[in-house]
Write a protein that binds this ligand. Structure first.
Ligand code: FAD
Length: 456
């Protein structure tokens, strides 16, 4: 059999190559480092962690990312195995010795009879005549390859910066203050959630934005010319105290049913962010404020006093494609199904998530080659929920990279908890925990059933 080709030996590409080889199919892994590097990588090692050494929480009984760890372990993940072997103490988190981790991954791939590692930059996708290719070149995909991907997908289907507005869990919004309405009552009336401010609240809010501690841009990020069209909210505020009332916070075309006689001075809008309606993004609120500051300042918005954030805002150099319209359920490019995408370039976010999408891409590719079932994992699993975000569930217009979180799963009933936890009476905070435990237990059952159902 001819080999499957994987471009990019980062987290996703290394995992994809491993899954393919373990299925008995030869694979060539193309990695441009050390010949050519990225602005963030420091070594020539495969699966280099570019920043933190943490894979985040490892608890799979009540934590979404821990659940993703466990699901990947059950599917024979090389990255999870190498992470576990190189674990360093970090409380409930799975943190690793980064060099040891990268060496373990590289050794396993090098030692595998079916894997060839080719150190070269791939620059032109159209010129390739491979039967099956997986592109896993990450958030810092080389310029030449980025251009080639753009040519293949259409220029406006690819982003070079993420401009992330915070995303709020709907069930943490106070609807005695917030209300549903579309501006000028266009749409079906429930398209937006609105939070109104009076003059005093607005001016205090602007001052907080100006005074708030900011994250710094890296030098090479400042020089990336792509983001004038999408300014951080605090930069808009710097341009004038009233600027935001003519921009994302304009108060026109909306009436607050909780205070019908009072004119709103400014209004923050949130737009539905996933099919399930559990997550809502703050429209136009991309920001470089420090994370703690975002929570503090955005919770001064009436209705968001107790907001819980599925993700906080940010802006970084980040190459990703609009996967929800470009890719099918098996991560294939609809317009050219011999090419799959995997890892952060598909619009997931984080080491663990990138690996997970790499695992799925490798599994889909090898199963397709072997004429086996390529049905995606159910949406009740963490793998399925994340894949759903990438290939369908998210709003295409506002599509931005996202970590795994409980908002991506269909809600679970408390009685989906493991049997030993059922039937106990719960306080309010404990109900939330119980619901998470229910999602996790349900996921692992669904994963086992899926593994069984898709067995050759
Ligand atoms: P990568 O791990 O980046 O792998 C892509 C590989 O493709 C690289 O080895 C690259 O050299 C290679 N490549 C690129 N172009 C070509 C080409 N044309 N031909 C051949 N090879 C090519 N996530 C976290 O969870 N925690 C963090 O702390 C964190 N910090 C980050 C910091 C920065 C600066 C960035 C940019 C991202 C960070 N991320 C973090 C997000 C993300 O999880 C990581 O970038 C992750 O490594 C993505 O995995 P990946 O496999 O998709 O891409």
């Amino acid at each position: 059999t001819s080999a499957i080709h994987v471009i990019g030996g980062g987290l996703a590409g290394s995992e994809a190559a491993w899954q393919i080889a373990q299925a008995g199919i030869p694979v060539v892994l193309h990695e441009m480092r050390p010949t050519k590097s990225t602005p963030a990588h420091q070594t020539g090692g495969l699966a280099e962690l570019v920043c933190s050494n943490s894979f985040r929480a490892d608890d799979f009984t009540a934590n979404a990312v821990g659940l993703l760890h466990e699901e990947m372990r059950r599917l024979g993940s090389l990255i999870m195995q190498a992470a576990t072997e190189n674990r360093v103490p970090a409380g409930g988190a799975l943190a690793v010795d980064r060099d040891g981790f990268s060496h373990s991954v590289e050794r396993a791939l090098n030692d595998h009879d079916l894997i060839t590692i080719s150190r070269e930059e791939i620059t032109d996708l159209q010129a390739l005549d491979w039967d099956q290719t997986i592109v896993a070149t990450g958030p810092l995909t080389s310029d030449a390859l980025s251009q080639s991907i753009r040519a293949l997908t259409g220029a406006d289907q690819m982003a070079f910066f993420d401009a992330i507005a915070p995303i709020v869990y709907k069930d943490s919004i106070d609807f005695s203050k917030a209300w549903f309405q579309s501006r000028y009552d266009k749409g079906d009336g429930s398209d937006y959630i609105n939070c109104a401010m009076d003059k005093e609240q607005y001016h205090a809010f602007i001052q907080a934005l100006l005074d708030g501690e900011k994250q710094s841009f890296k030098d090479w990020e400042i020089n990336t010319p792509y983001f004038e069209g999408c300014l951080p909210i605090e930069v808009m505020a710097e341009r004038g105290v009233e600027t935001l009332t003519f921009g994302p916070m304009k108060p026109v075309g909306l009436t607050n049913p909780n205070a019908p006689d009072k004119r709103s001075y400014a209004i923050v809008q949130l737009r539905q962010d996933n099919d399930l309606g559990t997550l809502w993004n703050m429209v136009g609120f991309q920001t470089k404020l420090a994370y703690g500051e975002q929570k503090r300042i955005f919770r001064t918005i009436p209705g968001l006093e107790n907001a819980e954030f599925a993700r906080l805002g940010g802006m970084h150099r980040n190459t990703f494609i609009k996967s929800p319209i470009l890719l099918d359920q098996n991560l294939r490019l609809k317009s050219k199904p011999s090419i799959r995408f995997a890892g952060q370039i598909t619009g997931c976010e984080g080491y663990v998530e990138s690996t997970a999408i790499g695992l799925l891409a490798g599994r889909f590719a090898s199963r397709e080659r072997l004429d086996q079932d390529t049905q995606p994992p159910p949406v009740t699993t963490a793998l399925g929920a994340l894949l759903g975000h990438v290939t369908g569930g998210a709003d295409v217009e506002t599509y931005q990279p996202m970590n795994i979180n409980f908002g991506l799963f269909p809600p679970a009933e408390i009685d989906d908890r493991p049997p030993e936890m059922r039937g106990k009476r719960l306080k309010r905070g404990d109900r939330k925990k119980a619901r998470k435990a229910a999602v996790c237990a349900r996921a692992l059952n669904a994963l086992e059933a899926w593994i069984k159902d898709t067995q050759p």
